[in-house]
Write a protein that binds this ligand. Structure first.
Ligand code: ATP
Length: 386
């Protein structure tokens, strides 16, 4: 039985939401080992040079975006087999979720859309958060680079956002202490902050980046964000060739919209990471363009960077498929299929920058399928030369 799905106390009402009473039992279940859910890796499912990968389409536009990924892989001869699992958003049990997590443990790698959790009962926690926590995917990485010919607020943006992915404001420890008063705990641990900071500096070092900026609110949250900031400062001492700066989250948002070029690698706690990722993706073209990666010591999960569901545009053939296709290319890079990864990245780049096939979110007139067909045209041409 997975720890977070264990029995909990009966829910209590506050406003329209169902709120669980905090008890030492709940705290134990969710945070007995708050630092890191250490994983024991299973042997990877791999058949004759092919990789088995878990696919979680999720809700909204997720299923249609996944069908595009499959189509592109088919035409590119990509050696990947998908194990597709649909998680029912209405479900009041976690059976599908447990099966999905086991599948990712077996395959090691997953591509996913955003999974909805419609229940307001706090005993049913967000499926997306549960996957990240159970697999100890402690870091989320978004590599934001402008495309030349896409209308955007700023040109030539090139920065990497590194976000803590398993704790902070997403600890999901909420309770109603007295009627009408709800408390929510933010958990920052030295262990997770240390490995996140190390990841940021190592990534900077290995990718020729020159600066790491830690984003925080330590002037107000002196203990929690104070620990995060202190940990980043200490880590920076091990990397004398990389410049270290820190910035308060509110100023950071203002600096991002006025001069994003000052940023190189950015590292931050969970909620700030969500906000900053969305701001930066908005600066270079919006929700449909940039991919995101989630890593732990054993597993990797790939998805669109801003984690949107896009329910309102599902089934309209208007969703931009680029973020999900880019996520699939990131996944191929991670699996070591470099040739196929480059093939898809080149096809996307030609489609956006040269052929200018743009969906409505980029002020274009193309349908989702026009973009996918154009990507496939290039994929076929490149695959024919491999
Ligand atoms: P809904 O889920 O009903 O669309 P929302 O406010 O939750 O509402 P998100 O899913 O968070 O919306 O997405 C934010 C915005 O980005 C929405 O306007 C959505 O239509 C848009 N969006 C998300 N993904 C894409 C995409 N791939 N292509 C184009 N637009 C997108």
């Amino acid at each position: 039985m997975l720890g977070i799905f264990s029995k909990c106390t009966l829910p209590k009402k506050a406003g329209s939401h169902t709120i669980r009473q905090l008890s030492s039992l709940n705290f134990d279940i969710q945070h007995k080992h708050p630092q890191a859910r250490r994983q024991v890796g299973l042997p990877r499912a791999r058949y004759g040079g092919r990789n088995a990968v878990t696919m979680l389409p999720g809700g909204g536009i997720g299923p249609e975006l996944m069908s595009y990924v499959k189509e592109v892989f088919l035409h590119g001869g990509v050696p990947v087999d998908f194990e597709t699992i649909q998680i029912d958003p209405q479900s009041d049990n976690n059976d599908d979720l447990q099966y999905a997590i086991m599948s990712i443990r077996r395959n090691g790698v997953c591509i996913k859309g955003n999974i909805e959790t419609r229940s307001l009962d706090t005993a049913i926690i967000s499926r997306n958060v549960a996957i990240r926590n159970e697999l100890d995917l402690f870091v989320n990485v978004i590599n934001v680079q402008s495309y030349n010919n896409i209308p955007s607020r700023h040109k030539n943006v090139n920065c990497i956002v590194i976000r803590q992915n398993t704790e902070g404001e997403y600890a999901m420890l909420e309770h109603e202490s007295v009627e009408g008063v709800v408390e929510s705990m933010k958990v920052i641990t030295k262990e997770n902050s240390t490995r996140l900071a190390r990841y940021a500096f190592e990534l900077a070092k290995n990718n020729g980046r020159t600066k790491v900026t830690a984003v925080h609110k330590a002037n107000i949250m002196k203990l929690s964000d104070g620990l995060f900031l202190e940990t980043c400062k200490n880590m920076s001492l091990n990397y004398p060739d990389i410049k270290f700066e820190h910035m308060i989250i509110d100023n950071c948002c203002m600096q991002l919209v006025s001069n994003p070029h000052q940023f190189d690698v950015m590292v931050m706690p969970n909620l700030y990471g969500s906000i900053v990722s969305n701001v930066i993706c908005g600066l270079v073209g919006g929700a449909g363009l940039i991919s995101g990666r989630n890593y732990g010591d054993h597993y990797a999960v790939f998805e669109p960077g801003t984690r949107n569901t896009g329910s309102s545009i599902a089934g309209t053939n208007t969703a931009n498929p680029v973020a999900m296709l880019s996520a699939s290319a990131d996944m191929l890079e991670h699996l070591g299929h470099k040739v196929h990864c480059d093939m898809i990245r080149t096809a996307i780049s030609k489609t956006l920058n040269e052929d200018m096939v743009h969906t409505a979110d980029l002020n274009g007139t193309a349908k989702s399928t026009d973009v996918v067909d154009n990507v496939i045209k290039h994929v076929k041409s490149i695959a024919g030369r491999i």
